[in-house]
Design a protein around this ligand. Structure first.
Ligand code: IPD
Ligand code: CA
Ligand code: CA
Length: 256
């Protein structure tokens, strides 16, 4: 997984370098970004399939490959943080999770511009490049720096999401919106943020992040799950001290 990531990142870095030129062109970078997404995804799929052609794959751009293998699957987001990428902001990442029997067992999230590789494997801890990482030790939710994201332009629950954002903001030190769910979770894992929550995500946004946060000693949970939409997720991820409080705050309208 790390090898596939490193290979794909080479063309992604080149593509990111092009964005600045395209920003000032009349056509804009829109189509170019779509092709960068596809190019990155193709390299990832090719590399991963070389290692395990029999595994299933769920990707953002291509959809589901090898539908019959539900036991072992890779969950890929070639660029998480596309809007940042499109605007020349270096806050985006390649994200690959490996799922076995319905559970994420390992994950890699790589920001090629910052050269930060977050990875984890069940039972073996979480790492940023070669150093072991841990979630923060913050105990009081009023001191917590959280991160969230959304709503998407097409969201039907924008008001609810904004209301929740306002409510939670009043209860904590501050809330950031950085635009890459994969990196948001990685930052919780290494203690830069104390917690993260977000609605209306896709599985590939967070698959790798789940194991990275867990192996860094954090808690990950879903809320208001829709059993009919298994690839849609509402998620929270925190250190163990703040988990109960954040869960309580989510969707609570009457907190002041
Ligand atoms: C998006 C990012 C963003 C989140 C959106 C996602 P994309 O993924 O993770 O942080 O707020 O909900 O769709 O489209 O950049 O791969
Ligand atoms: Ca994504
Ligand atoms: Ca994406």
């Amino acid at each position: 997984m790390t090898k596939a990531c490193m290979k794909a990142s080479r063309s992604l870095i080149r593509d990111f370098g092009e964005i600045e030129n395209l920003q000032v062109s009349t056509k804009g970078p829109g189509d170019f970004v779509t092709s960068a997404d596809r190019r990155t995804e193709k390299i990832l799929i090719d590399e991963l399939q070389k290692a395990h052609p029999e595994y299933g794959i769920i990707t953002e751009e291509t959809g589901i490959i090898n539908k019959s293998n539900l036991k072992q699957r890779w969950i890929i987001d070639p660029i998480d943080g596309t809007l940042n990428f499109l605007n020349g902001i270096p806050q985006f990442a390649i994200s690959i999770g490996y799922e076995e029997d319905g559970e994420i067992k390992s994950g890699v999230i790589f920001n090629p511009i910052m050269n930060e590789m977050f990875c984890a494997e069940k039972g073996n801890g979480a790492f940023l490049n070669n150093s072991r990482i841990r979630v923060s030790n913050k105990k009081l939710i009023q001191n917590a720096l959280l991160v969230t994201g959304g709503p998407k332009a097409a969201s039907k629950i924008k008001d609810k999401i904004f209301e929740e954002y306002a409510n939670i903001s009043k209860k904590v030190s501050n809330v950031r919106k950085f635009g890459s769910a994969a990196l948001d979770m990685s930052y919780v894992a290494c203690g830069r943020f104390d917690g993260y929550w977000q609605r209306e995500l896709n599985y590939w946004d967070i698959a790798a992040g789940i194991i990275i946060v867990k192996e860094a000693g954090g808690f990950v949970d879903y809320f208001e799950e829709d059993q009919n939409l298994p690839l849609k997720k509402n998620i929270l991820a925190t250190n163990s001290n703040l988990y109960e409080k954040l869960k309580e705050f989510i969707n609570k309208k009457d907190i002041e």
